[in-house]
Design a protein around this ligand. Structure first.
Ligand code: 4AD
Ligand code: MG
Length: 430
């Protein structure tokens, strides 16, 4: 029976064959332990000299790291294995012999591993990170479909910029200028006016000269947008969504979280509702904590976000930021004009901002005035203004950065390990 490692649990006591790679090996005169992986999981194959033909044992002993092979064996339950099963090998068939695999079981530097990202992905740790990433994506689709949202795909090549013009990737679109999307939001607003509740999931690009553990040049964002949703309704969707994702990972990725040594007690607490703090109170709090490097009107840096997050055991919303440090489209607070109806969601344990969102301006004149104030071309944004001309309604939305969310949930130090092929400042290879 040809099967995969994740499915061997269905064949206890039976003989199966799996296609696999040799991740690692230990052997003595009488026995060889093969650490096998096939993409679906990891399993140990045990080859006992007295129980197999001599050539099978000799092949087992000579196998090199990352050689590919077909392994036949009897499935045994094994409590010592984190996976729960092992294979008593009866037959081995070499497919391709690998030589001098560069990533050996010893420690390697990060730059070396990043240069070999195409191979590094095969490691147990990276496998766990990608499985968690996949589960977050799966749970995202499940959550929004369950809540009646429609998935809408905004364009990647765009003629306008939602998040300010300094971080755009410029390209030519035949004779016109074009930019790689830095957010699908403006298109999602159009979609919300057509379909009510929508979400997108796609790549976004920021030519940010930031070299931090939270910044990627190319990252993936989930952007829901809802017609008739005001500021409070928006926060409710966010806390329900993030709780759903975290609880799904806890339920479906327990093995991966164990491989990563993630402290899951902290994740278990992530259940809606989430605490909130206004920007004003956050500034006061930071001053009380001795941060005199920040004043009202400044944006938070990561030490500030971490200090605020550390006083809560769930993600925390920071709300009502000064208008001057936020994009042009945010709805002003009706009770004071210097702050906007927005919120950033800050992950616990120092993982920083994972969501940015707001209620959007729905008044035509006010939006036009803000576009002009930001010196944005009314011609480029005329389609966006149109949305306020024909049946304009209050609406809100947000963007969740997938990689920062993976980093937080997986307990991963740096976003470079949360995406298969990270695009970083000065890294476009492999
Ligand atoms: O706060 P941002 O810039 O918000 C927007 O783009 C809105 N237009 C979204 C919306 O309302 N539809 O980005 C949203 C999130 C951030 O909270 C962060 O998680 C992630 O995207 N993000 C990045 N992740 C990795 N690398 C970067 N350079 C990122 N920039 C933003
Ligand atoms: Mg933001």
């Amino acid at each position: 029976m040809k099967t995969t490692i994740v499915e061997v649990k269905n064949y206890v006591g039976q003989e199966v064959t799996i296609g696999a790679w040799l991740a690692n090996k230990r052997s003595s005169g009488k026995i060889a332990f093969l650490q096998l992986r096939d993409g679906s999981g990891f399993i140990q194959g045990v080859v006992v000299k007295n129980e197999v033909p001599e050539e099978v044992f000799q092949l087992a002993k000579s196998l090199t790291q990352e050689s590919s092979l077909y392994v036949t064996g009897i499935v045994r339950e094994d409590e010592r294995s984190p996976f729960g099963y092992e294979l008593s090998v009866t037959k081995l068939e070499l497919i391709h012999e690998a030589h001098d695999y560069p990533i050996t079981p010893k420690e390697h530097g990060t730059e070396f591993l990043m240069d070999h990202r195409h191979l590094w992905l095969r490691s147990k740790r990276q496998h766990a990170n990608m499985k968690i990433r996949n589960e977050i994506i799966r749970a995202t689709y499940e959550f929004f479909n369950k809540e009646g949202f429609i998935k809408i795909d905004p364009p990647i090549l765009t003629g306008s910029a939602p998040e300010g013009t300094t971080e755009l990737f410029h390209t030519k679109y035949f004779d016109e200028d074009a930019y790689l999307s830095q957010s699908g939001q403006l298109y999602m607003e159009a979609a919300a006016m057509a379909f009510g509740k929508v979400f997108s999931f796609g790549p976004t690009f920021r030519a940010e000269k930031s070299k931090t553990r939270r910044h990627l040049i190319e990252f993936w964002m989930i952007e829901p947008e809802m017609a008739f949703y005001e500021f409070e309704d928006n926060l409710k969707v966010q806390e329900d969504y993030v709780s759903y994702v975290v609880q799904s990972v806890l339920k479906n990725c327990s093995l991966e979280l164990k491989i990563l040594n993630r402290d899951t007690t902290k994740l278990e607490k992530v259940q809606a509702p989430f605490p909130r703090i206004t920007y004003d109170d956050a500034i006061k709090f930071l001053h009380e904590q001795g941060f005199d490097d920040i004043k009202w009107g400044d944006d938070f840096g990561s030490p500030h976000e971490t200090a605020i997050a550390n006083s809560f055991d769930k993600p925390v919303f920071i709300t009502h930021y000064p208008k001057a440090i936020k994009p042009f489209y945010m709805q002003p607070d009706p009770t004071r004009d210097d702050v906007v109806l927005c919120a950033d969601l800050i992950a616990p344990e120092g993982y920083g901002e994972i969501i940015g969102g707001s209620e959007r301006i729905h008044d035509y004149d006010l939006l036009k005035q803000e576009l002009e104030r930001h010196q944005l071309s009314l011609e480029t944004y005329s389609w966006y203004l149109d949305l306020r001309k024909y049946g304009s309604v209050p609406h809100s939305g947000f963007g969740l950065g997938l990689e920062r969310t993976v980093a937080w949930i997986a307990g991963c130090e740096h976003v470079r390990e949360t995406i298969p092929f990270p695009r970083l400042l000065n890294r476009l290879y492999p």
